[in-house]
Design a protein around this ligand. Structure first.
Ligand code: ATP
Length: 264
């Protein structure tokens, strides 16, 4: 975790605006000579739901890598506030793979995680005998799949399992990379409802997404990355309608009536 301690800067940030994440003048490239992101500045306050938008390949997943400390900025800094989140166990990141071991069953994955989250005062964070009865397992209808290997699950089920596995341990900072990708409409709605409830409970949620309806429903604020830079940073409440939001979110680059060269 790139968790250098962040002292809240009370000149600019009120006590209810403690940053959970602070990125300052950050530049990163996989090759030193070819930056993917340049001079990014971003503060995410406690309890905010932030949408991260931008075209394919612009560097959204890279930004998550920087935030979690997997990737190291070439210039500037990025840190999770260790005054707010005391351990990486309070952080949950959902990637496309669902963050589960593919060769283990869902049940084995949950058991393994439970061991990781065991603490002296709570040696058995999960009741492994009654997994079926857990509200999260029931809500995402995972009961009948618990003994299937993750590698044998469909991508949507894998995502459901990844969400449940992460959420069972009550993370405070939630990083989601395209959570509504490859899920059916019912699961999508479940996910939206879950995020709304977590937001209401004060969790900080960062979502990389191309799903503008999800943003409209779940996020308080969006940033847009474009051509290496953070080009837009606005509150969802700035937009009177979802159509106005969509227009802004696509940077006015809708493509309609395109000639694909299809012959009769
Ligand atoms: N491990 C890597 N090594 C080298 N280049 C990489 C690596 N990972 C990503 N890139 C490149 O960095 C750029 C940003 O990739 P990234 O995955 O962060 O984009 P993204 O905005 O998340 O894209 P998408 O919306 O398609 O998921 C792309 O040009 C990509 O090819």
């Amino acid at each position: 975790m790139t968790s250098s301690t962040l002292a809240p800067n009370n000149d600019t940030i009120g006590t209810d605006q403690v940053p959970t994440i602070r990125i300052t003048d950050m530049t990163f490239g996989y090759k030193r000579s070819k930056p993917v992101l340049e001079h990014i500045n971003l503060d995410v306050p406690v309890g905010q739901s932030l949408g991260i938008l931008g075209y394919n390949g612009v560097g959204k997943t890279t930004l998550f890598g920087i935030i979690t400390g997997l990737l190291c900025p070439q210039h500037g800094s990025a840190a999770i506030n260790s005054n707010v989140f005391h351990s990486m166990r309070e952080v949950f990141q959902l990637s496309d793979s669902g963050n589960l071991s593919p060769t283990m069953t869902i049940r084995e994955n949950l058991k393994f995680r439970s061991m990781l989250y065991a603490a002296h005062e709570n040696p058995h964070p999960l009741d492994m005998q009654h997994l079926n009865e857990l509200p999260m397992v029931q809500a995402f209808e995972l009961g009948e799949h618990l003994d299937k290997k993750v590698k044998d699950l469909s991508s949507g089920l894998r995502k459901r399992a990844g969400i449940v596995a992460g959420m069972l341990f009550s993370p405070k900072l939630i990083l989601l990379d395209e959570p509504t990708n490859a899920v059916d409409p019912i699961t999508r709605q479940l996910l939206v409802d879950l995020m709304k409830q977590l937001k209401a409970k004060g969790r900080t949620i960062l979502t990389i997404t191309h799903d503008l309806e999800y943003c409209w429903e779940v996020t308080d604020r969006i940033i847009i990355l474009d051509n290496k830079h953070l080009v837009k940073d606005c509150d969802i409440s700035d937009f009177p309608t979802i159509d106005a939001f969509k227009q802004a979110a696509t940077l006015g680059r809708e493509r309609s009536n395109v000639n694909f060269g299809i012959s009769k």
